[in-house]
Design a protein around this ligand. Structure first.
Ligand code: HC1
Ligand code: SF4
Length: 564
């Protein structure tokens, strides 16, 4: 605790971990390419360098705040210094900015503009390296890497995977998977968090937009969209609407205008997931086998289990994810000539906050009758680009409702978008009653509280169900190690690979600050608050589907028949 004089103004600090945080608290956007509050401090880019009253310069990210410090953040010396750093970074950078996938969303580009770097005095003589297109989810372009190490640290520290690392030294230094393998040949789980933290185009989302435009232009194809829970709270702010506001109605409108024949809501199939997963959970409780039940809707987590804890594969729920269920059911629906008299081919496009969903769509257990259930996965970021491409004024659109029969989900389906949501929806299903008090008591049982690892118990038919809700794979690894050693005993473990759940997925708009993160969570809970039906089992569309079309097909369409 103490006071620092920053650019002539006194600023108090308490427990801020470094000077950079105090400077930002004072309302000064000190530049940096390698500092993130959720990652360890690397101190590589030096852009956050400040000057003290003795003319000494040092990186503010690596300096502890001390009472009585006097520092300056914008002296002539610092401006020159920052400009030179950016120029040197650009000098060894592939500078195809106009056609770069991250153009407009690149921190290096933004800083170059901000510091008036309008020319680069040096040429790039570095040998151009091939791009890595091996992953269905991300693309690596080593020519755009600035060695900030963000991807290495996020993959290691937040995700506990360690698929990327530094190799070689000096001017030869590079970031790459071990032994320069293709990223798809590593334990990479496709979560896309590295592309979220990558400040340049060195890691980007593997795009599928062109294939979708082609399908939309084909008159013999019925193009069907499904929209995931977390997408609705992350699109609006790209078009000037409040952060975290649910804009599902506008998304439905714009997708209809773009040419989608049907727009369904993944919250509907999330309700189906709850029906199936609750039944599976109760069955395992009865037999006492394969407990804890591990949730299966997050494909990055499922891959993580297969790679890191293969002895727990059998514990993973056999339920397909809501994406998988929706696509399998929709395609089956339109296989029936009564629902498809024109005999059109159905192409399923799912709009997801997640890059790993692209991998899930291609998994061998995501096929029915030999046909891939989900044809294309488009991330929220790609959706925003598609809307921009059309020129439609998104903010002005009237909301529209999703299409029947798969466009109506309960509040239980919506909350899948945040960590704890799947568990809360399961508890809603298990606990009788749907009055306000019951739902409030569930919300307060511990499922919404705490950070990235939440442990709590709920009474159920004479026993205490021990539950753990985890987000972030490094946290999941810690929990699984405790389960493996017998230190912890749970009946159910929900894991979402990305911290805070799908709202912070690798396909969402990048670099959300704390306010955005909180606003997305609040937006999801607000969407639940206004949902007429809160419990998945009370969704009338689900009930009629189970009693009719789905009868006898549940196993085939809603479950994975092998682990992969
Ligand atoms: Fe998710 Fe899910 S919640 S995994 O986070 O179970 O991606 O939003 O669509 O499938 O519903 C993602 C979100 C999403 C699935 C659902
Ligand atoms: Fe690591 Fe996820 Fe990036 Fe793969 S996608 S390299 S697991 S951060």
């Amino acid at each position: 605790m103490g006071t620092i004089t920053i650019d002539g103004r006194k600023v108090e600090f308490t427990d801020e971990k470094n000077l950079l945080t105090v400077i930002r608290k004072a309302g000064i956007d000190i530049p940096t390419l390698c500092y993130h509050s959720e990652l360890s401090t690397f101190g590589a880019c030096r852009l956050c360098t400040v000057e003290d009253d003795r003319g000494r310069t040092f990186a503010s990210c690596s300096e502890e705040p001390r009472d009585g410090m006097v520092i300056y953040t914008n002296t002539g010396k610092l401006k020159k210094y920052r400009k030179l750093i950016i120029e040197l970074l650009l000098a060894s950078h592939c500078r195809d900015c106009t056609t770069c996938v991250k153009s407009g969303d690149c921190n290096l580009q933004t800083l170059a503009h901000r510091f008036g770097v309008t020319s680069v005095r040096y040429s790039n003589y570095r040998e151009q390296k091939p791009l890595d297109f091996s992953s269905p989810s991300i693309v690596r372009d080593p020519n755009k890497c600035i060695l900030c190490g963000n991807c290495v640290r996020v993959c290691n520290e937040l995700q506990g995977v360690g698929a990327l690392d530094f190799a070689f030294r000096g001017s030869e230094a590079m970031v790459m998977p071990a032994f320069d393998k293709e990223i798809a040949a590593t334990d990479c789980v496709n979560c896309g968090q590295c592309q979220i933290f990558c400040p340049t185009g060195a890691i980007s989302i593997r795009h599928n937009r062109e294939a979708v435009w082609e399908a939309l232009a084909d008159p013999d194809v019925r193009v069907v969209a499904q929209v995931a829970p977390a997408v609705r709270v992350a699109v609006g702010s790209a078009f000037g609407l409040p952060k975290g506001k649910s804009v599902m109605g506008k998304i439905v409108n714009v997708l209809h205008r773009i040419g989608f024949d049907e727009v369904y809501d993944t919250t509907f199939s999330a309700d189906m997931t709850i029906m199936e997963e609750s039944a599976e959970f109760l069955n395992r409780l009865k037999t006492g086998e394969k407990l804890p039940l591990l949730t299966s809707c997050c494909p990055a987590w499922v891959k993580f289990v297969g790679d890191q804890f293969p002895e727990y594969k059998e514990h993973v729920s056999t339920c397909r994810s809501p994406q998988g269920m929706m696509s399998a059911v929709t395609k089956e629906w339109f296989r029936d000539p009564a629902n498809n008299p024109e005999g059109k081919k159905t192409v399923m496009v799912s709009f997801m906050p997640c890059t790993a969903k692209k991998m899930e769509a291609k998994r061998s257990n995501s096929f029915t009758h030999g046909e891939q259930d989900t044809d294309y996965v488009i991330t929220t970021t790609e959706l925003i680009d598609m809307i921009r491409m059309t020129g439609i004024e998104f903010a002005e659109l009237e909301p529209e409702s999703s299409d029947i029969p798969f466009g109506f989900g309960s509040g239980g389906g919506v909350i899948f978008g945040v960590t704890g949501g799947v568990t809360e929806a399961v508890i809603r299903r298990l606990v009788p009653g749907h009055d306000k008090e019951t739902l409030e008591a569930i919300a307060e049982c511990g499922v919404r509280d705490g950070g990235f690892i939440r442990e709590f118990s709920i009474p159920y038919e004479g026993i205490d169900l021990n539950i753990c809700v985890v987000s972030g794979l490094a946290n999941a690894r810690a929990v699984m190690e405790q389960v493996k050693s017998g230190e912890k005993n749970y009946h159910l473990i929900e894991v979402m690979a990305c911290r805070r759940g799908c709202i912070m997925g690798g396909g969402q708009p990048r670099l959300a600050g704390d306010r955005t993160k909180a606003a997305r969570t609040e937006g999801i809970y607000r969407a639940d608050n206004v949902a007429v039906i809160k419990k998945s089992d009370e969704n009338p569309m689900i009930m009629s589907l189970y009693e009719g079309f789905l009868k006898g097909k549940e196993h085939e369409l809603l479950h994975n028949h092998e682990f992969c």
